[in-house]
Design a protein around this ligand. Structure first.
Ligand code: WTA
Length: 649
């Protein structure tokens, strides 16, 4: 193995780890040569009501696409996260919660969490929610967010969590697509010292005349702030729970019954409802949580992701709770009120595992390591990274300043669609290289292909695909199976296309290079450039817009918009600010363009197609080698755009 910048697994660590390198090799081989046998065994890690006899029936043929795992078994995800721990772990903390203001602290044992979930599940039933109904959850980071998800799972309802930073329009489109009858929210959320008007956003979303399905809104009283109330529709969470029993039978669900929907952005169209089912998802989330974080009973595990993203689903709620872990939930942001907060929380709660995103690490790095002078970090054993490529400088800083040079880092690559981690080091098994997600997890068969779909061997670079299914894979795009086939299985026939590019080095390690489609990744949040463009052109003064990502020191990628105004409109600074606010209002703060360049024309082919590669290069300030512009209808626009470019870094 090449030794440049290699962080070797510590022998003592490996000796105590769940999996060392030899075991990884053996288990990986087994998982690939005999997937049925491998998963037949590992599927038993969760409790089944009726045990499965069938393991895997999957086809990646886009004309006959189907993905089924453990498909004749029955189970309940909430019972797996709660009931089965009651006997041995009833008094163990399931959740430690710290408010945005650190003076607010709460804990819930597994017994208490079970009772809360049952009460709320009974309340949902009393409100008419039945098996198969879609429930929209728009919540702050409080224990009740997990309670709401698990209560849905308990009664067989399908939750659709919408990130609390999304705008009323974004909420409305998700409610419409999912045909939700019921919405769960809070009066307000609190983040970084600011109140977030969650209920008001829901009110506005429900005012949209196209939202016709919602009958009931359950509202958690979090801050006690003023809210508007629509009698007959709105009901307080605590009132809905009044008199409800703290026992609620768990519905017997088929392994392939839906567990949740989660909307995510792609290169075209509206965000897609990614559908995950019950059995395979839970097996995969629990198993990856245990192996990737080398989880040991009694450990305290902190994932900083919001529950509105897939990481919050698989690695804050379902995976760790299925394993009986104690999870830390933080309401706010880990660098507020000061960069010290992260370290203080790790020490205060004796966190053993930290799972966070490169964007936070880069933000802390920019603040300076002196904020960690009084940080002990003694409890920390393992640190994870997720959501975007981690640059080697940030990796090393994370390793040294937070991990004191001895905590293994697991750089985990995966997607909303994959349900769980696919490419990652295992802390006791894999020597790491800063910036590489390293090797596939058990049962995962990655490959690199060229643009024609030919599989490339050896050390090379290409489009990242998966050649076979794994239990946590999404099953369909909600209500649009054809779109599922088209988006993921048609580009390269018979393979799952991730939309990412990657390099594989001489040791077989994967280095994710980023999206190769029109998706950008801003602070680990996925956005389609088409979504931002359509928000911009919906403004009456915008004639045309093209949006690309550009390298950003903290966020990984920033949003760069080229905007052509309607004839006669004056390009003023005020208008630029107005457009930024406009996009924010249309989609949410995370979609706010960082830079808006006024463009009198965009580089188009003679048939009118925008040549985005020129725009990406100009936005990245790479203007010397732009390539052949002769196919453009008007090559002169390039020079004009270069002259007035905004990013000169
Ligand atoms: C990117 C988040 C590099 C990637 C779990 C992927 C990463 C997209 C990594 C999915 C990583 C995620 N290294 N890139 N460790 N993890 N990505 O659906 O481009 O929000 O396709 O899921 O994030 O984002 P999503």
């Amino acid at each position: 193995m090449s030794t440049q910048s290699l962080y070797k697994v510590d022998a003592d660590f490996a000796a105590k780890a769940l999996v060392n390198n030899e075991q990884y090799q053996v288990m990986y081989q087994e998982s690939i040569t005999d997937p049925d046998g491998f998963w037949r065994k590992h599927g038993q890690r969760i409790d089944w009501i009726k045990p499965y006899t069938q393991i895997k029936k999957t086809s990646f043929d886009d004309r006959d696409l189907s993905i089924n795992w453990f498909y004749d078994g029955t189970l309940n995800a909430s019972a797996n996260c709660l009931d089965r721990h009651l006997e041995t772990k009833g008094d163990t903390k399931a959740i430690i919660w710290e408010g945005d203001d650190a003076s607010e602290q709460r804990t819930l044992t597994y017994r208490e969490l079970h009772a809360e979930v049952c009460r709320f599940a009974n309340a949902l039933k009393a409100q008419g929610v039945a098996r198969g109904d879609v429930v929209t959850i728009y919540m702050p980071m409080v224990p009740e967010a997990a309670v709401a998800m698990l209560a849905c799972a308990r009664i067989g309802a399908v939750h659709s969590v919408v990130f609390g930073g999304f705008s009323p329009d974004s909420i409305a489109s998700r409610i419409i697509d999912g045909k939700s009858k019921l919405v769960i929210t809070a009066d307000e959320g609190v983040r970084g010292g600011r109140k977030i008007p969650l209920k008001a956003n829901i009110d506005q979303a429900l005012n949209n005349p196209d939202v016709t399905t919602v009958e009931r809104v359950l509202v958690l009283k979090r801050t006690g702030g003023n809210v508007n109330w629509q009698a007959g529709r709105d009901l307080w969470w605590h009132e809905a729970c009044e008199g409800m029993a703290d026992q609620c039978p768990a519905e017997e669900m088929g392994a392939e019954d839906p567990l949740f929907l989660l909307y995510t952005s792609g290169s075209t169209g509206n965000p897609k409802g990614v559908l995950h089912t019950t059995g395979g998802y839970l097996v995969y989330a629990a198993m990856t949580h245990e192996y990737v974080f080398d989880y040991k009973p009694g450990e305290i595990y902190w994932c900083t992701a919001d529950v509105g993203w897939i990481t919050g689903h698989s690695y804050m709620v379902y995976g760790p709770l299925a394993n009986g872990a104690t999870i830390l939930i933080h309401e706010g942001v880990p660098n507020h009120p000061s960069p010290k907060r992260l370290g203080e929380m790790i020490d205060r709660h004796q966190v053993n595992t930290l799972y966070t995103a490169p964007t936070l690490i880069r933000a802390l790095m920019a603040e300076g390591k002196e904020h960690f002078d009084s940080f002990s970090g003694k409890s920390l054993r393992i640190m994870g990274s997720v959501g975007e490529p981690i640059n080697p400088e940030a990796w090393r800083w994370y390793h040294e300043v937070i991990g004191h040079g001895h905590c293994p880092i697991v750089d985990t690559w995966w997607q909303t669609e994959t349900g769980g981690i696919l490419i990652t080091p295992l802390p006791g098994a894999t020597d790491t290289k800063p910036g590489s997600a390293t090797r596939p997890f058990f049962g995962v068969k990655p490959a690199l292909v060229d643009n024609e779909g030919n599989i490339l061997e050896g050390a090379t670079e290409g489009n990242l695909v998966m050649l076979d299914s794994w239990p946590g894979q999404m099953r369909t795009v909600y209500g649009d199976h054809e779109r599922f086939a088209l988006t993921y299985f048609k580009t390269f026939r018979g393979m799952y296309f991730t939309g990412d590019g990657a390099r594989r080095d001489e040791d077989g390690y994967y280095w994710i290079t980023g999206r190769v489609d029109d998706v950008i990744n801003v602070s680990g949040h996925r956005l389609g450039t088409a979504e931002v463009e359509s928000a911009l052109v919906s403004h009456e003064l915008v004639a045309e817009a093209a949006v690309v990502g550009y390298p950003h020191d903290i966020k990984g990628q920033g949003i760069y918009a080229y905007v052509t105004l309607t004839k006669g409109t004056e390009a003023t600074e005020e208008l630029r600010q107005e457009l930024r606010q406009w996009v924010r209002k249309e989609i949410g703060a995370l979609a706010t363009p960082d830079l808006i360049q006024w463009a009198t024309g965009l580089p188009k082919t003679r048939s009118g197609k925008i040549m985005r590669r020129f725009l990406r290069k100009i936005a990245a300030n790479e203007v010397t080698n732009l390539g052949d512009a002769s196919t453009l209808a008007d090559p002169a626009v390039i020079d004009t755009l270069i002259e007035s470019r905004l990013n000169r870094n």
